[in-house]
Structures are given as C-alpha cells and as structure tokens.
Design a protein around this ligand. Structure first.
Ligand code: NDP
Ligand code: OXD
Length: 311
C-alpha cells in the first residue's frame, strides 16, 4: 500500500511516523513536485490539506483523498478525476473543541464579561443585571458532526437552541428548522447566530445584510466555519448601525487576516486565528488509518464526501 502525504499546513514527519506505526509495512512519503523529465512515484491514497492542482495532476493512480480537516471546500475547487473519492475527518477530537469555543463565546456575551474586563482597569465594582436566558436563544446554522455537538452543549446551559440544516434533526431539547423556506423563521428566533455550515455554492455569502438583519435586535454572530460565508462589509454595517452587538470570528476570507482589515480594530469584534477546532494528529492518524483498513476490507467508511452536494 502506497500513501503520499501533501498537507500545506503542517510538518510531515510526525504524521509519517504515526501512519508507519498505525499501518505497519505502509510505504508513505511526503510529496515533492517531481522534476521535469522524471517519472513520479505514484500512490494509492493521499493524506491531504489544500494540495496544489499539480499534485492531483501528477498522482494519477489515487483512489482516495483523506482530508485532515472537516471542510473540503479547498479540495472541491480543484479539478479532480470523477473516480477519486474525498474522505473528510469525522470529528476526530474537533467537536469538543468547537463546543468549548462556542460555549465560551456565547457565555461571554450572555454574562457580559467584556463589561467586567473594561471595569477592572478603572477599579470599578459594578454589577450587571442578569440577562434573561429565555431571551438569549442560540441558532446554529449546520447540524452535522460539529453543529449537533455544539447545539447539545449549549442546551446543557439551558439556552433555547435551534438548528438549521437541509434535513430535519432530532436533538433532545433542540428545535430543528430546515431549508431556505424556514430560514427566515429561524433567523427571527435567533439572538446569537453560530455558523457551522460547510462552504458550498449554496452557503457562500449566506451571512449577508438580508439574512443578518433578520436576527433579533442586539444580535451576536459567532463564525467558526469559513470566512466566505460572511459579507464582511454587511457585518460591519450592522454592527455600526447597532442592529448587531458583537461578533466572534475565527475564520476569514483571507487567512491570515490581512493587517489592514477593519475586523482587527473593530471594538465589537473578537478575532481568533482559525483555531476553534484544531486537527489533532493522533486522533486523525488513528481515524484515517482505520478508514484505510476498512477500504481494503471492503467495508463502509464514514465521511465520504458527496462532490455534487459539496460536503
Ligand atoms: P457536516 O458536513 O457534518 O455538517 C454540515 C451541516 O450543514 C449539515 O447539518 C448539513 O445539513 C448542513 N448544510 C449543508 N448545506 C446546507 C444548506 N445549503 N442549507 C442548510 N443546511 C446545510 O460538517 P461539520 O459539522 O463536520 O463541519 C462544518 C464546517 O465547519 C466544515 O465544513 C468547516 O468549514 C468548518 N470547520 C471549521 C473549523 C475551524 O477550526 N474553524 C474546524 C473544523 C471544521 P444536513 O445534515 O441536512 O446534510
Ligand atoms: C477544518 C478546519 O475544516 O480546520 O477541519 O477548518
């Protein structure tokens, strides 16, 4: 079995070592562009994050691309042979991190921690009237592997929680909304909007003025999915006009977020560097190695991407 590793966001060596331990006898190497005039070494499977088109064009015998992340938008921008499968990471330790990040952000808004952080330098002892939990409903866009974990974690804090997805969901204590026809009702019911949608042609720019302005007055946005879901200027306008009260953003159209981007200095925006749910190497190696074994055993594997649907 031959595996090529081509991940633009991490050092290869610890991953290669992990796969050699998990799949004894595997021939695995880090991809380097083959010099012109030389025959490339061809692999059966690839472990990838955002590989260049030249990698796909060269590796003509690949059966599966194992993505070391949940989002496959970067892969679907490539020109891929129709026979090539894309397999995403299913959780692999990401959902609990996402739940931590989102719950932290929601609770920070709900309990008005920013107010206390501002008071401390002034040595001011000033209580805020507790907000009503029943008026602090959280809407989660996307109820897949990550969105459903986040919704359930928020529900444990007894916030009213709604999710919006393509197909209906049954999550204890969580109300499910589906499809474009139920999006307005979902937005209208939302004080804190959490975005956990995949980036697809249907969801790109979904966080625009028309949709964000349907949120309740004083709404917050937590975007942990992809930067291209947000129309940046629309968000800034709604914050500046006071319809929205704050945003916590982990993902951006261009990453790293350019130095001159208005988000950096906006007083109502919190910026984090695409870190809400990191890929964990040990969990990911174990999951991908398990899926590779399942492929050879002819078994079903979870996380095969529907290339037409886009996730
Ligand atoms: P899943 O594929 O498991 O879930 C996607 C959810 O979105 C599903 O519930 C799906 O509905 C819903 N959905 C997709 N398209 C539409 C649509 N057009 N209308 C309504 N609902 C839609 O993905 P994950 O939960 O694993 O991950 C979500 C995203 O989070 C990733 O794609 C990635 O971009 C981002 N991410 C960000 C990270 C970070 O560090 N910031 C880390 C990891 C992921 P249905 O269930 O009905 O199919
Ligand atoms: C992912 C990510 O998609 O890290 O997994 O953004």
């Amino acid at each position: 079995m031959k595996i090529v590793f081509c991940c633009t966001n991490t050092k290869a060596d610890p991953w290669l070592e992990g796969f050699r331990q998990a799949l004894p006898g595997v021939d695995i190497w880090e991809w380097q562009a083959t010099p012109a005039g030389h025959a490339p070494k061809l692999a059966d499977h690839a472990v990838v994050w955002s590989p260049p088109q030249s990698f796909i064009d060269e590796q003509t015998q690949l059966q599966n691309l194992f993505n070391i992340g949940a989002g496959v938008d970067a892969l679907l921008k490539l020109n891929l042979p129709s026979s090539l499968n894309i397999v995403r990471l299913n959780d692999a330790g990401m959902s609990v991190q996402m739940a931590e990040y989102v719950c932290h952000a929601v609770i920070r808004y709900f309990r008005e921690f920013k107010h206390y952080e501002n008071d401390q330098p002034e040595q001011r002892w000033s209580y805020r009237k507790p907000a009503l939990r029943s008026e602090f409903s959280v809407g989660v866009l996307g109820a897949g592997v990550l969105g459903s974990k986040v919704a359930q974690a928020l529900q444990q804090f007894e916030f009213p929680v709604n999710v919006w997805s393509r197909s209906p969901k049954q999550l204890a204590g969580v109300q499910s909304f589906t499809g474009p026809e139920q999006l307005p009702a979902f937005l209208k019911a939302t004080k804190v909007l959490v975005n956990l949608l995949p980036l697809t042609p249907d969801t790109e720019n979904i966080l625009n003025h028309a949709n964000l302005s349907q949120l309740q007055a004083g709404a917050f946005l937590i975007n942990v999915a992809r930067g291209k879901h947000v129309v940046d200027q629309d968000l800034i306008d709604l914050l500046d006009q006071g319809h929205m009260a704050g945003a916590t953003l982990d993902v951006f159209r261009v990453e790293p977020l350019p130095q001159d981007h208005a988000f950096w200095k906006h007083p109502q925006i919190v910026v984090t560097p695409h870190t809400s749910a990191r890929t964990l190497r040990e969990e990911s190696v174990a999951q991908i190695a398990g899926k590779i074994k399942a492929v050879y055993a002819g078994e079903f594997i979870e996380g095969r991407v529907d290339k037409v649907r886009g996730y």
